[in-house]
Design a protein. Sequence first.
Length: 116
Amino acid sequence: QVQLVESGGGLVQAGGSLRLSCAASGYTFSNAGMSWFRQAPGKEREFVAGINWTGSSTWYADSVKGRFTISRDNAKNTVYLQMNSLKPEDTAVYSCNVRLLALDYWGKGTLVTVSS
């Protein structure tokens, strides 16, 4: 079965950096695009970043453009989210997502807390 496991979250001061990882299994990782989403307390889940199956194309929410970078390592079945210049408003649970045959799969997420 499809499994997505996020790691790398934690507490960081404003202006700091974190790198999130999402390890995937249960499907052919190199055949599918991947995305990161986040959900802040009391808010709806929102798209953060996406990457195509080869890693040659990426796209970002305006709120993180220029600060976050999504990448993937198909040999390791892992997608990453490098987050720089973090702001308190980036505080959220970050989850990775894959859509396969019109079905969405999600990890449980990893909590990122940015203190001011």
